[in-house]
Design a protein around this ligand. Structure first.
Ligand code: BDP
Length: 696
């Protein structure tokens, strides 16, 4: 197995407790309807059932006992007469029911929705029940997505490279689009639909204006055609200077009527080619991208101009809040909030402001972004990074479900206890009508899509959490592991143990106790806490001296803690109450500070770095127990990457501790494995070269 089939492998289930009942209940299927989405659903059901059960897929039009009936009240008029009809009407546009019911005296199972796309989602869920070895008796499942827009943000460049992509090249073959539609596009759509993702931004936030040129739009329309039956809308990034770059105007000033007209005409053209176009994602006045501030206008002015053009067609704008140039040398952490908070309520109703999950930049651990809870009158979309830019690229096994859950379940206290980030995203205050979440995927042309096989779990987890941000990361990991490896308990317990510890392990050997942004300047992998040049210095992030380490972001320092509601702000502000995992994020702490464990800060840091490496070794041992229990190809793929991960973990541990030691002048206890090389050696390791020239 090479991993291409992702979690949709549909391998024959074991002939265990449910096999007979599975076969009985799926021998005959009633599934009328010829729309594109129903056909897609039917194909999936057919492939799924025949693979999982090894029985022929047989459709019948007459009702029989033990039948599986699939459709909407339009495609299956029988549903209109059933007691559950009222429940169908209560479903959202994408919701579904899966239930056992007696229809005209026959015992049946029904997958029902109001819409065709709801049926497709229901089919995927139904197959998942079999894939994960669940009973098909006493079913009464009702699902509605909790967030409306569940979108991937590809950072794919038009030349085929992927910014911060570690799984090969972009899967969009622009050269051959729109005519040639690779099978991979359909498989991508299937995978996304199976976890409820309903939108995809095709291109990089560091945008090229030409993606909005007619010839490129025609290409994008080819992808939209493949994705449509799967309920996935295409979005594009919009470069703010496009009216100048490709529109022949001499300004992109949002106050200029010609500029506004240019965007309106452009949007009209887009909808003529892609009638269900989703909208724009914009990175403006951030890391050198153009934006409304170039013309003395605000983010809201810029976003609202685009929103106005999209509104007649139902399109939306995702306006990113990842900005930091204005207060860079004060404290980057406070910049996004300071720039966006005053604009709360000024954005048009079809605009989302989209902060990253934390206030810096996709670090292994960050406190949640204070804009969540800080902009009650603005629809907020949260941006997670699925690609492991700062989490070991595709070389490290790091399950991100736990990171996502940690952020989503963080309590903002916006409206008292229980105002979690998840609730904020769900618009619990009801001050606006839309909700969204975004993830920067880890998908590329590698055979297994994500480089590391376990990277697939992160794509999967993002989708499941986008559908329901309150799902537990453990449950998601279990579903993924069952579908990806096996329902065998002895396999599952090992795989889950690894997954659930893996992110904390990564934090331990890279940036424990709230450390952050000490990675290599270019590649963002490997340690470089010593990086120091005027453009970017790691010293801004750790402020190390011979006495202490960490950044004072309390009310007496840069004031970042004041951007949170109390009691969160007070908790972060008080070194005694501040959770240990955020200690050096918010506080400047002396080396001899007594930690809760009784160790001083230096020893605690040493303890975490060593623990991280030990844990990678434990993960290797656990993985080795799977030898012979899963297929050779995937076993060896992961085993060899774990060896690589161990080397990298040692590199991080020794590089960081030797550097910190230059300041603390405290020893690494003699009973611990001592660094094999000098700090000079680590400083001179040539960083793996950016082989695709992606970052420039
Ligand atoms: C940084 C990435 C950079 C992105 C930027 C962004 O290193 O490649 O362009 O974020 O999100 O983390 O815009």
């Amino acid at each position: 197995e090479n991993g291409y089939e992702l979690w949709l492998r549909y391998k024959l289930v074991s002939k265990g407790e449910f096999y007979t009942s599975y076969c009985l209940k799926n021998r005959k299927v009633m599934f009328p309807g010829e729309t594109e989405s129903l056909i897609a659903a039917k194909k999936e059901l057919q492939a799924g059932l025949s693979g999982l059960l090894n029985i022929p897929y047989t459709e019948e039009e007459t009702l029989e006992d033990n039948m599986l009936i699939v459709g909407t009240p339009q495609s299956v008029p029988l549903f209109k007469e059933q007691a559950f009809h009222a429940e169908i009407n209560g479903l959202s546009d994408e919701g579904y029911l899966i239930l056992n019911c007696t229809i005209k005296g026959k015992k049946t199972t029904a997958i029902v929705a109001r819409t065709d796309i709801g049926v497709l989602y229901g089919v995927f869920h139904y197959l998942r029940l079999i894939q994960t070895n669940q009973s098909l008796d006493k079913l009464h499942i009702k699902e509605n997505p909790k967030l409306k827009y569940r979108v991937l943000n590809h950072w794919d460049n038009l030349n085929g490279t992927v910014e911060r992509g570690y799984a090969g090249y972009s899967i969009w073959n622009w050269e051959r689009l729109p005519s040639y539609k690779e099978q991979r596009y359909t498989d991508y759509a299937r995978a996304n639909a199976s976890i409820g993702i309903n939108g995809t931004v095709l291109n990089n936030v560091n945008a090229q204006a030409k993606s909005l040129r007619t010839d490129w739009l025609v290409k994008a329309s080819g992808l939209a055609d493949v994705f449509r039956p799967y309920g996935i809308k295409v979005y594009l990034t919009a470069k703010f200077s496009a009216p100048k770059e490709i529109g022949g105007l001499n300004t992109a000033d949002p106050k200029d009527p010609q500029v506004r007209k240019w965007w309106k005409d452009k949007v009209e053209e887009i909808y003529s080619l892609i009638p269900d176009f989703g909208g724009f994602l914009v990175k403006a006045n951030s890391e050198g991208q153009p934006g409304p501030q170039d013309y003395g206008c605000s983010h809201a002015d810029g976003a609202n101009m685009l929103a106005e053009a999209l509104k007649p067609y139902g399109g939306i704008v995702f306006w990113r809040a990842f900005v930091y140039q204005n207060e860079r040398h004060v404290d980057r952490v406070i910049n996004g909030y300071n720039e966006f908070k005053p604009l709360d309520g000024e954005f048009a109703e079809n605009v989302f402001v989209q902060p990253k999950n934390g206030p810096i930049d996709f670090q292994p651990r960050e406190p949640f972004h204070p804009l969540f809870g800080g902009m009650p009158y603005t629809p907020l979309s949260l941006e997670f990074q699925i690609t492991q830019e700062n989490l070991g690229h595709a070389g490290h096994l790091v399950y991100l479900g736990t990171l996502f859950e940690e952020v989503l379940q963080s309590d903002t206290y916006e409206n008292g206890k229980g105002s979690t980030v998840s609730k904020v995203l769900q618009n619990y205050q009801k001050t606006h009508g839309i909700s969204a979440i975004a993830g920067v995927p880890n998908i590329g042309t590698d055979l297994n899509w994500t480089g590391h096989l376990f990277g697939q779990a992160n794509w999967y987890a993002f989708g499941r959490l986008a559908w329901n941000p309150d799902t537990s990361s453990g449950k998601i990991a279990e579903d993924w592991a069952r579908m990806t490896f096996s329902n065998d308990k002895s396999v599952l317990s090992l795989v889950l143990k690894i997954m659930m510890m893996s992110r904390e392990t990564y934090v331990n050997y890279t940036m424990p106790l709230g450390l952050n942004h000490i990675m290599n300047y270019d590649t963002h992998n490997g340690p470089e806490p010593w990086h120091d040049d005027p453009v970017w210095t790691a010293f801004d992030y750790h402020k190390i001296t011979k006495d202490s380490i960490g950044v004072n972001r309390t009310a007496k320092g840069t004031g970042a803690t004041r951007q949170y509601h109390n009691p969160v702000g007070e908790m972060f502000d008080d070194i005694k109450q501040c959770p240990q995992e955020y200690l050096l994020w918010f506080h400047r702490v002396p080396w001899n500070y007594k930690m809760a464990s009784g160790r001083n800060l230096w020893d605690e840091l040493v303890y975490h770095y060593y623990k991280g490496v030990d844990e990678v070794r434990q993960i290797q041992t656990i993985w080795n127990e799977l030898d012979g229990k899963i297929d050779r190809e995937r076993f060896e793929h992961v085993a060899s990457l774990l060896k690589y991960q161990e080397q990298e973990a040692i590199w991080w541990r020794d590089g960081c501790l030797l550097f910190f030691q230059e300041y603390s002048r405290l020893p690494i206890p003699a009973n611990l494995e001592q660094p094999k090389h000098s700090l000079k050696y680590y400083k001179n390791i040539p960083f793996p070269h950016d082989w695709k020239g992606l970052y420039k």
